[in-house]
Design a binder for this molecule. Structure first.
Ligand code: GUN
Ligand code: ZN
Length: 466
């Protein structure tokens, strides 16, 4: 028997399959909206007065005065940093990792602590309405088991993988394994958890990624082995995820240190199989449609072009860039390259779990870029970053990311009543006489004003999560 539910509310989504540059034209606003969900799939998204006959007598859930948005996609968040988003005493990236983050991640050695972290991680994701996520994992298999098991129990989507470190330095040793162990444990995780819920990556909520922490945490030998490993599992839909061009403190920052250590022309070369001195090929490329590179703040044009060409996506993390003093990703130049861009919280580099807070800070940092580079992001572009762009980054755009009929029904119900400041802004804010512009102004007010208290209900595949 099919189960049909009609959800009523003010709908915003990006219809079709636009690029970010086409987001404005794809923006769809339905003030008297109805989202019809049948067996977990969207069968109708439109005006509630024009419901299809099959939905006329269906169960109705009335969210009116509230808004229905596609579920948020967090394309870069660190599971073992769930309690470390307020870490003080680190400074910029490499010092912060050593002083604050490696010690925090080492706490997950304790299985009870790891279980607590897994529960908290799912709690925070549901509170924030992040229905899908790419999560940097813990190197400890019991912690990853806890994360996947709890995520399955709660009904969220997840791509994750143990963070691989094969180089000893500073406070990293508890997180480091030998290269053989790194490959063995990663393969073991893929076999255990990739599509574990349905047996088929096309329908699974749970999937696995190969995740070296960053180039500085592994050796050329590890790069070679991971290239071979990735090649052997690509056709199973396994992902690849890491950090790229985040901190460019002259001489001692992540970018300069990486280029000096590997003697490569670009940081991206290390992930592109060209990790030997002079950017000589040493193994297989790790780029592709199921690869997400976090940050990409300080890319050369050739790196952006190569990511665009290979279908690799960027997880844009402006809150983290503010917190760690990493600088600002050049918006116009990055968009112009054609690379897909999505949003990431980067908790605990970022101190917010909520994707709309990331979108709000994206707006602020890009309007503040100097001179001609400065840009006032369109509300539709912000929505793209937090929803459809994320689904594309996960190479699952055909499954979720908007409300096109046939998509799996991942959505959040935003109740402005939960957040008095948002409710007042929506009620009394000045709006244009032009209906189209007024709709964009309301969407902007929403994306800037949503807090966790505004996220009333969260659905994955039509099922309400709690
Ligand atoms: N680069 C390597 N590890 C990390 C991490 O944990 N967070 C961030 N923001 N960047 C990194
Ligand atoms: Zn990160």
């Amino acid at each position: 028997m099919t189960a049909t539910t009609v959800h009523l509310g003010h709908i915003y989504h990006l219809a079709g399959s636009p690029k970010i540059t086409e987001a404005d034209a794809a923006l769809t606003e339905i003030p008297n909206g109805a989202l019809v969900v049948e067996d977990g799939l969207v069968t109708y998204c439109g005006d509630r007065h024009a419901l299809p006959a099959t939905a006329q007598h269906a169960k109705v859930v009335d969210h009116r005065s509230g808004f229905l948005l596609p579920g948020f996609v967090d394309t870069h968040i660190h599971f073992p940093q769930v309690f470390a988003f307020d870490s003080y005493g680190g400074g910029q990236l490499l010092d912060w990792l050593d002083s604050c983050i490696y010690p925090a991640e080492a706490l997950l050695r304790d299985p009870e602590f790891a279980q607590r972290a897994a529960v908290e991680f799912c709690n925070r994701r549901i509170a924030a309405g992040s229905t899908a996520a790419m999560a940097f994992g813990s190197p400890f298999p019991h912690a990853q088991d806890a994360l996947f098991a709890e995520t399955r129990r709660r009904g969220l989507r997840l791509v994750s993988g143990r963070a691989i470190q094969t180089v000893n330095f500073g406070s990293a040793p508890p997180l480091v394994t030998s290269e053989e162990e790194a490959v063995r444990l990663t393969m073991q995780e893929i076999d255990k958890w990739h599509a574990a819920d349905t047996g088929d990556p096309k329908t699974a909520l749970l999937q696995v990624a190969i995740i070296p922490r960053f180039s500085l945490s592994i050796t050329v030998d590890t790069f070679k082995s991971l290239g071979q490993l990735y090649d052997s599992v690509r056709d199973r839909g396994v992902y690849f995820h890491s950090h790229l061009n985040e901190n460019n403190r002259p001489g001692t920052g992540e970018v300069d240190t990486t280029k000096a250590q590997f003697q490569v022309d670009t940081y991206l070369d290390t992930y592109d199989g060209k990790f030997l001195p002079g950017s000589k090929a040493g193994g297989e490329s790790l780029l592709g449609k199921r690869t997400i590179m976090a940050h990409a703040v300080h890319c050369q044009d050739v790196e952006l072009e190569r990511m665009a060409e290979t279908g690799t996506s960027i997880a844009h993390c402006p809150i983290s860039q503010l917190f760690l003093g990493s600088g600002t990703m050049p918006w116009k130049r990055t968009v112009a390259s054609g690379v897909n861009i999505a949003a990431g919280t980067d908790v605990g580099g970022g101190d917010e779990f909520l994707i709309p807070r990331v979108l709000g800070d994206a707006f602020k940092v890009h309007v503040s870029e100097p001179g001609e580079a400065g840009v006032s992001m369109r509300p539709a572009e912000m929505l793209f970053l937090g929803t459809l762009g994320g689904a594309r980054a996960l190479d699952q755009e055909e499954r979720f990311g908007n409300f096109d009929p046939g998509k799996e029904a991942d959505f959040v119900v935003i109740d402005p009543g939960g957040t008095p400041a948002l409710a007042s802004a929506l009620k009394y804010g000045v709006r244009s006489q032009d209906a189209g512009l007024a709709g964009q102004q309301t969407l902007f007010a929403l994306l800037m004003g949503i807090r966790e208290s505004s996220v009333a209900e969260v659905y994955v595949r039509g099922r309400r999560l709690s």
